[in-house]
Design a protein. Structure first.
Length: 424
């Protein structure tokens, strides 16, 4: 169990880090201030600040996020009447605003806040040293820091470095960069698999084995039979064979089989089998395969396999439009179960699972649902069509609705996964 937990944390951590690094890189490239790049969630364990970004390692080793200026309330640490202390330079310009009660700045100027503008005017004002005779205003440096309640230093976010100030193209690239990085990770991971296993497995439309008491055996199929067509449609690859069987939906299929240079038609009706909590149509045959050990096959496998998985996921999402089930989705519990199985099968299985999950994460994030990257891209497209951005308040409402929907869906999926994997 311990090794499974560690493997799960590593796999999940890689997926999240790669995804968030995509957003981080393109935001930096566009001149958007990335205030924080966090790995993990919850209270901080470690914080390091460089080039305007605070890098934090947080206690819960699941998840992570990139905090970009303008996508949240950047001055949420400040409240009217709050006692803070200010660190100024030799010209009296504020360099740090300390809101933490745990951290005392010896040379700080005590101030009871009455108002501030850290977006355009760049100033704070209030009663100095607890006296209420006069409100004093201090100029704030463009790159000043706010020390939060947890002691983490975050740079303030003037308007010119906010997400909304970047060009539409840069914002779209920043939103798309997370899923893009997941696809790139899948390409690298699948490529690594090809080299680790010494080649690329290639399945043919020839049967290697017929399972005992299966639909195929009862219909008369035998090892070394080649399925050249199903219902008249040619099946030159095993993927074509499998796709026809999966999409049969309980209907009888007519298989055109080549056996010893003779063709014959064999009728079969696939049956639904439970595989990892999902119903899959099968007839009980195993493909005959071989290993392509060429350098070309190894180098291209990352690209071809990633594209294949993307197409399969696209087909799966399209099929959900005809009949949606929670069993079609999987959350952290399903990921943990799959990680446990992959760990038992060794390094190649773990790397393969990482690639599959990375493609899944990329595709899911591109769905046009508010709060997901795809939802943000949809708003970008609407902005391009309207030639003006959506009202910020409306955008916040849309995003919150999407976030609420995702939270409810996640709870339902998690509960469904618990029942599927622990009480079946």
């Amino acid at each position: 169990m311990i090794t499974t937990i560690i493997t799960f944390i590593i796999v999940f951590g890689i997926l999240v880090f790669v995804h968030e690094f995509g957003h981080y890189y393109f935001a930096k490239r566009a001149g958007i201030l990335v205030r924080e790049f966090a790995i993990g969630m919850g209270p901080k364990l470690f914080a390091y600040r460089k080039n305007g970004t605070t890098y934090t390692w947080r206690i819960l080793p699941l998840g992570g996020y990139v905090s970009m200026a303008g996508l949240e309330d950047d001055t949420e640490e400040l409240k009217k009447g709050m006692p803070v202390s200010l660190i100024t330079d030799e010209n009296g310009v504020v360099q740090k605003i300390n809101t933490s009660k745990e951290l005392t700045l010896v040379e700080g100027i005590p101030l009871e806040l009455t108002d501030w503008d850290l977006t355009d005017g760049l100033w704070v004002e209030g009663y100095e040293n607890g006296t209420e005779d006069e409100i004093k205003r201090f100029k704030v440096d463009h790159d000043a820091l706010i020390i939060g309640k947890d002691g983490i230093e975050l740079q303030i976010a003037p308007r010119d470095v906010r997400f909304q100030s970047a060009s539409l193209v840069d914002r779209m690239l920043t939103n798309f960069a997370g899923p893009l990085n997941n696809f790139l990770l899948a390409i690298v991971a699948f490529g690594l698999v090809a080299f680790l296993q010494g080649g690329v497995p290639v399945t043919t439309n020839t049967i290697a084995q017929v399972q005992t008491d299966s639909v195929a055996q009862k219909a008369g199929l035998k090892a070394n039979d080649t399925i050249i067509a199903i219902d008249g449609a040619k099946t030159p690859t095993w993927d074509d064979v499998a796709q026809h069987i999966r999409s049969a939906d309980g209907k009888e299929l007519v298989l055109t089989v080549k056996r010893a240079d003779k063709k014959q038609n064999i009728k079969v009706t696939p049956v639904q089998k439970n595989v990892n909590g999902q119903k899959v149509a099968q007839i009980g045959i195993i493909a005959k395969g071989k290993m392509d050990r060429s350098i070309k096959a190894k180098l291209t496998y990352g690209f071809t396999q990633t594209w294949y998985v993307i197409k399969q996921l696209g087909n799966a999402l399209a099929s959900m439009l005809h009949g949606f089930s929670l069993n079609d989705l999987g959350g952290p519990v399903a990921m943990f179960s799959l990680t446990s199985q992959a760990k038992e099968n060794g390094l190649i299985s773990v790397v393969t699972l990482t690639a599959l999950l990375s493609v899944n994460l990329g595709i899911i994030n591109l769905l046009p649902i508010p709060a997901l990257d795809g939802g943000k891209l949809l708003l970008n497209i609407i902005e391009a069509i309207r030639r003006k951005p959506l009202d910020p308040e409306k955008e916040i409402i849309i995003t919150m609705i999407g976030f609420g929907f995702l939270m409810i869906l996640m709870l339902l999926v998690t509960w469904n996964d618990i029942q599927r994997y622990f009480f079946r």
